[in-house]
Ligand binder design. Structure first.
Ligand SMILES: Cc1cc2nc3c(=O)[nH]c(=O)nc-3n(C[C@H](O)[C@H](O)[C@H](O)COP(=O)(O)O)c2cc1C
Length: 216
C-alpha cells in the first residue's frame, strides 16, 4: 500500500484520565450510565453506536455497528431486521458481545451476554417513533440478502409508499428489538505508556456483580 503515513507509526499516548475501583463503584449499569452521560456532555457524536459481535453455526464471528436505543436494569436494546444475517446468527447462538469506543474520552466498554427479542409491544412503540421514511425502509429492505441492483430496494420502497399512503405504517413482523443481558462488563480507560486501567464486572452464580481489575 502506498500510504502517505506509515501505519505502524500511528500511535497515541492516553493521558486524559484514570479509572479506579472507587469511581467504578459496585453496579456496572450505574457506572455505564455515568460514562454515557460524560460522553454526551463531551458532545461526542453517535455515542450510542456500538459494535455487535455474533457467531454463526460454523463458529465464524461477525461484527457490525448497531445503535443502542434503550438501556434499563436488564440490558442494552437495539433494533434490526430479525431475518438479517445477525438475526439468523442470534437464532443459532444467543451469545453476543458489544463494544463501545469513545475515543475522545480514551474509553472503551466491552459487554458480553445473552440476547433475546424484546416484547412485541416495545418493538411496536419504538417502530412508531421512527420517521416515516425509516419505517418504509424496514419494509423495503430484505436486510443482508444479496440483491442484483440497488433499483430492487428502490422499487420496493416505492411499492410500500403506495401501500401505506396515509403514513399509517405498521411494524413488519421481521423487524424489532433485541436486548443484550450482560454477564460481563469491562470498562477501559487509556493511560500513558499502555499502562491502561481495566475494571471488569462479572456476574457470579448468585446473580451478583463481582468487580476485578485486569492487567492492560
Ligand atoms: C453508525 C451505524 C449505525 C447502524 N445502526 C444499525 C442499527 O441500529 N440496526 C441495524 O440493523 N443496522 C445498523 N447499521 C447497519 C449494520 O452495521 C449492518 O450493516 C446491518 O445491520 C446488516 O448487518 P448483518 O448483515 O450482519 O445482519 C448501522 C451501521 C452504522 C455504520
Amino acid at each position: 500500500m502506498n500510504n502517505s503515513v506509515n501505519i505502524a507509526d500511528i500511535r497515541k499516548d492516553y493521558k486524559l484520565a484514570a479509572l479506579d475501583e472507587e469511581t467504578a463503584g459496585l453496579d456496572p449499569f450505574v457506572f455505564f450510565s455515568k460514562w454515557f452521560s460524560e460522553a454526551e456532555a463531551a458532545q461526542i457524536t453517535e455515542i450510542n453506536a456500538m459494535t455487535l459481535a455474533t457467531v454463526d453455526i460454523r463458529m465464524q464471528p461477525h461484527a457490525r455497528i448497531v445503535l443502542l436505543k434503550g438501556l434499563d436494569s436488564e440490558g442494552f436494546v437495539f433494533f434490526t431486521n430479525y431475518e438479517s444475517a445477525k438475526g439468523r446468527e442470534i437464532e443459532s447462538s444467543p451469545h453476543v458481545a458489544l463494544v463501545f469506543f469513545w475515543k475522545e474520552l480514551e474509553r472503551q466498554v466491552r459487554i458480553e451476554g445473552y440476547i433475546e427479542k424484546i416484547d412485541e409491544a416495545e418493538s411496536n412503540a419504538y417502530f412508531q417513533s421512527r420517521p416515516a421514511g425509516s419505517r418504509i425502509g424496514a419494509w423495503a429492505s430484505p436486510q443482508s440478502k444479496k440483491i442484483a441492483h440497488r433499483s430492487i430496494i428502490e422499487l420496493n420502497y416505492a411499492k410500500y409508499q403506495e401501500e401505506f399512503p396515509d403514513l399509517n405504517i405498521p411494524r413488519p413482523e421481521h423487524w424489532g428489538g433485541y436486548r443484550v443481558m450482560p454477564h460481563h462488563i469491562e470498562f477501559w480507560q487509556g493511560r500513558t505508556s499502555r499502562m491502561h486501567d481495566r475494571i471488569l464486572f462479572e456476574k457470579n452464580d448468585t446473580g451478583n456483580w463481582e468487580r476485578h481489575r485486569l492487567a492492560p
